[in-house]
Design a protein around this ligand. Sequence first.
Ligand code: ZN
Length: 310
Amino acid sequence: MAFLAVDLGGSHISYGLVENNELAACDDIDVPNSERLAPVLPLLRGHLSKLIEGYRGSIEGVGIGFCGVVDEGQNRVASTNGKYVDAPDLDLTAWSRESLSLGMRLANDARLALRGEMSAGAACGETNVVMLTLGTGIGGVAAIDGKLPSGAHGFAAGIGGHTPGTLHGRVCTCGGRGCAESEASGWVLPILCREQPDFATSQLAHVELNFRNLFRLAETGDPVALRLREHCLRVWAVATVAAIHSFDPAVVVFGGGIMQAEAVILPSIRTYVERNAWAPRGAPRIVRSQLGNRAALFGVERLFQDRPCV
Ligand SMILES: [Zn+2]
């Protein structure tokens, strides 16, 4: 059985056709303005229609990952924070039926990526898994006993990047305070850098403020870059311990663009977890995503297994 797969990200949309854990014909659409989703849908429909026309077999449905809080039971976007702000008012099930003649299943993009890693990636064969995604924001999702829990509103174990890690931390885009995301993510890094009292003395003052440059300058011994790198590593490690204590995973998968610095990040987190997690039977394996930014597309088959269209 084949499925259309769509990952609605903030800056681009990935899409493709997934069948038996193989991804075919995948591509990306740039989305220069992701303030609203409705104007993007005709473009998406055009690309998906071409995929349908070019496929000889039967397509069972379309699975969509969304960069916000999704009520999977209702198949609707529940809340967004700045991207596609009109999405909660859109009936994407009706759009899919009318535009593509296909049933649709909607999921949070991080929960869909976790399904992908469990089906064809770093957590293949595992049933108790946490996935943390380090990028512009921080995603944090968990599967327990092979299932992604629903909770009262459909997003249990799905917004771990917003687990508070400090009492008096920075206000976050989610409305909370001291979340992992508001303490160490791509969007907050430039703010963190400029707040350093000795920022002007650092090479950071002369480059684009992103994690690639932060890790590069830390390697050269730049004191401000080193200090901020250690701060971010600690935030991610504390979030990992919180997730381990909450979900008791066998494996923790790290994804996201910041994982280009895997060689620094993973050993640091493993060391912190060994020392600080209450794991009497041993710490979980801590590994990098194998599917990268295609993980959500790979998760669509499992999404339909979890929530078949009726
Ligand atoms: Zn938050």
